[in-house]
Design a protein. Structure first.
Length: 95
């Protein structure tokens, strides 16, 4: 099962046109970018990751280990597929 919803991978030209037409700046909202079942699996896997609280004068956040170092198979697969999708995003955004 692919991680990224295949319907988007087949609509590069259409998505590029939509991207260019949005205001106040070019952007897209990719509803169901991950298929629902995959999203639920990724959500569960992320909840198992240990996070460390980081605090600054202006903000605070929870930080995980670098995705590259996380050994959970689904997280590794998501990372690999997102890296492989960079050309897809470059086509849509013309960058």
């Amino acid at each position: 099962m692919p991680i990224i919803n295949n319907k988007y991978l087949q609509q590069k030209g259409k998505l590029h046109q939509e991207f260019l037409k949005t205001n106040p700046f070019p952007h897209l909202i990719l509803t169901d970018f991950l298929p629902k079942e995959t999203f639920q699996q990724v959500k569960k896997a992320v909840q198992e990751i240990q996070f460390t609280r980081k605090v600054s004068d202006l903000f605070q956040f929870q930080q995980s280990a670098d995705f590259q170092s996380i050994k959970q198979p689904l997280i590794q697969r998501l990372r690999t597929e997102l890296i492989a999708a960079i050309p897809f995003f470059q086509t849509i955004t013309a960058t």
